[in-house]
Design a protein around this ligand. Structure first.
Ligand SMILES: *Cc1c(COP(=O)(O)O)cnc(C)c1O
Length: 366
């Protein structure tokens, strides 16, 4: 069986360094807010090029905390609108609604699955305060026009960078393009911990200070509660492991690009629509390799019969979820089409080229 993602193999690549970190933290007696978190934050900040990095408990919290801090700063208020792609993982939307802000769903470009930036201006109202860009599946969602638009209407740009650590737009990394960014280090992400973990990067030092406090009960100093915060800290064990794996993220992403290139060049079955390779290869880190076909269920079953595991990202769009009844009536045909036809093929830094060939052959024979 070719697994969709062999996490054991992914982490065993670095087993000596990871095991040393685990043991070191175990023996140190320091499990929260210690040196491992400080080091990882420093190295993440350097890698991304952002002046501020704050470790938090997971990716959803990273995004929630960004909006929560803007509310504390008075730069957003309850009921304000955030433009967000309709085709994203549910966590992007939860971060907005959890802060009693209103998501305004925007359709993607069917060719690259990212926000269709030409359609955003029509969605802006006097209540719009931010655009959340999601670099979906590992591909950058950015343009100069987007920056111009944000400046023109005085909007914040929040990046959901959960799937795209390491991607670069004109040498600027995702996580350093907008005003603030949320990262997820869920085990299956390109940079994955051995449990839940996340981070925020942002340009504004005051925003960073508030986010750091909000993630620690709202306290800047112990037992002095300045804000109604959360407990959302990154722990020492996860930070140590992430610090090890951060050194290899570019190498790991390069391996993903090699596999994506082969899929793009060698899958020739006309029933399959492949994702487009960006002109600049650094604009994609291939968290997922998502193809489209009107025969998705049949292809998925056929691949499984051939011992190839695939997944669907994602089967139901946020506006059609039960949790978002108020939005169920919306019609977003491009988003809905993607959710009906998308299928994710295995891609990871530990797949070997024989496995890749097996997958390509099987798909071409479908
Ligand atoms: C994984 C993910 C998140 C949430 O991250 P968690 O660490 O699982 O909370 C948010 N947005 C996107 C696009 C994701 O893929």
């Amino acid at each position: 069986m070719i697994k969709f993602l062999n996490l054991q193999r992914v982490n065993l690549q670095y087993h000596e360094e990871i095991e040393a970190k685990l043991l070191g933290t175990f023996r140190s007696g320091s499990y929260l807010l210690g040196n491992e978190v400080k080091n990882f934050e420093k190295n993440l900040s350097k890698y991304i090029g952002s002046p501020n990095a704050i470790g938090v408990a997971n990716g959803l919290d990273a995004l929630r905390l960004i909006f929560k801090a803007y509310l504390e700063l008075g730069q957003m208020k309850v009921g304000d609108e955030v433009i967000v792609p309709a085709n994203t993982y549910i966590a992007s939307i939860l971060a907005i609604t959890d802060n009693r802000l209103r998501p305004v769903f925007a359709e993607p470009d069917i060719e690259n699955y990212n926000l269709d930036l030409s359609k955003i201006e029509d969605l802006i109202t006097p209540k719009t305060k931010a655009i959340m860009v999601v670099h979906l599946y590992g591909q950058i969602c950015w343009s100069e026009e987007l920056e111009t638009l944000a400046n023109k209407y005085n909007l914040k740009i929040i990046e959901d960078n959960a799937q795209s650590i390491g991607a670069e737009w004109n040498t600027i990394k995702t996580g350093n393009l907008g005003d603030a960014a949320g990262f997820s280090f869920y085990p299956g992400k390109n940079l994955g911990a051995l449990g839940d973990a996340g981070a925020v990067t942002c340009k504004d030092a005051l925003l960073a200070k508030i986010i750091r406090a909000l993630a620690n009960y709202g306290a800047e100093d112990k037992y002095i509660t300045k804000y109604q915060g959360l407990n959302s800290r990154l722990d020492e064990i996860q930070a140590g492991i992430l610090d090890v794996k951060l050194k290899y993220i570019d190498t790991d992403n390069e391996k993903r690009r090699k596999i994506a290139n082969r899929y793009c060049q060698e899958i020739t079955n006309p029933k399959i629509i492949l994702p487009k390779l960006p002109t600049n290869s650094k604009e994609h880190v291939w968290h997922l390799y998502v193809i489209r076909t009107s025969e998705r269920e049949k292809l998925k079953r056929y691949l499984l019969e051939n011992d190839i595991q695939t997944l669907i990202h994602y089967p139901i769009p946020p506006h059609k979820q039960q949790a978002y009844k108020n939005y169920n009536h919306l019609s977003l045909p491009i988003t809905e089409k993607i959710h009906k036809h998308a299928l994710s093929l295995p891609i990871s830094p530990v797949m070997d080229m024989v496995e890749v060939s097996t997958i390509i052959d099987a798909i071409n024979k479908f």
